[in-house]
Design a protein around this ligand. Sequence first.
Ligand SMILES: NC(=O)c1ccc[n+]([C@@H]2O[C@H](COP(=O)([O-])OP(=O)(O)OC[C@H]3O[C@@H](n4cnc5c(N)ncnc54)[C@H](O)[C@@H]3O)[C@@H](O)[C@H]2O)c1
Length: 357
Amino acid sequence: MTHWLVTGGAGFIGSNFVRASVGHRCQRLVNVDKLTYAACTATVDELAGLPGYALVQADIQQRDVLLQSLREHQITTVVNFAAESHVDRSIEEPDAFVRTNVLGTQALLDACLAYWRELPEEQAKQFRVLHVSTDEVYGSLGAEGAFTETSPFQPNSPYAASKAASDHMARAYFHTYGLPVMVSHCSNNYGPYQFPEKLIPLMILKAWRGDALPIYGDGLQVRDWLHVDDHVEALWRMLEAAQPGSEYVIGGNCERTNRQVVEAICSDLDQRSPLQRDGQTIARADLMQRVTDRPGHDRRYAIDASRLRDELGWQPQRQFETGLAQTIDWYLSAQEWIAAAQGGGYAGQRLGVERSA
Ligand SMILES: NC(=O)c1ccc[n+]([C@@H]2O[C@H](COP(=O)([O-])OP(=O)(O)OC[C@H]3O[C@@H](n4cnc5c(N)ncnc54)[C@H](O)[C@@H]3O)[C@@H](O)[C@H]2O)c1
């Protein structure tokens, strides 16, 4: 029996995971999502038609609701994507990040523990909880080196700090209670269905329209980019083969500065449709404008995913340039989805320069 409970399955990575899993990897999938601004109605509506799929609109802080869903659907596997996920928003409103990412994860772990303890021995042995986290918990790297599973936690943003706290809680539930929890730490994802406040979709939409392209500071911050489908496949491998209590870092071996990513988007769009202004063709890269840097902006992330490769046989399959072009295709053809995503009130404005209150 493969009955999965996924939290945050109406967001970017969660919805890609749900779409690829239902009917292929699991017989039933229950998506517990609070449906915050980051969960687009168009995504939710599209998922509703999947066979064996059910949505429970709830906050992961609602332990009793979670426990009821676990029991009712006889869940065998839990994957936790639910989170407040945007660093800029965490600078403005850290409280929401503590509530969902820390208290919510703890409530979810607690519901899983109560449920797991009720299971017959054989089912309890098979039960797994996968907590999805980020490489941002490790802080910032210098020019050399890469994060591994043994890198020390040094979170620098309220987002990263809240994720680090939730990771510690996941670890503690394994070591203290024996709950079969695994934790993943992935690098920056890109692909379809990402809310257009994050770098890649935001820049695609602005550059396509010919708007100014805000570059935080010098734009030389380095991120390791991974296509969301590669991330989904890594999580599947962990569900299939990782040991309870294990942790894996996941990365694309694809370091790019933010400036390089924006330049790649501009050059792709220029080839599709040159931008005309007053009878002149303008290179979209000229729309880049340096703006005040993000407070506490991490300089460089990189991942050494050799443990995942050696122990579980996972490697990224998608090239950044191809994946980026496909992502651009998707955003240019997803006008309805974009309108629904922006219907919640976010229209590309700068967030997170400082705390508002
Ligand atoms: N996006 C990335 O590049 C990236 C990289 C590594 C790890 N991660 C992690 O992956 C997970 C998913 O990230 P994402 O980019 O898809 O995020 P997202 O913001 O696109 O989606 C988050 C989802 O969680 C839901 N949610 C938020 N608060 C909730 C709550 N209290 N209860 C229930 N549901 C709630 C939202 O409605 C939304 O559907 C997060 O845990 C994030 O930390 C993301």
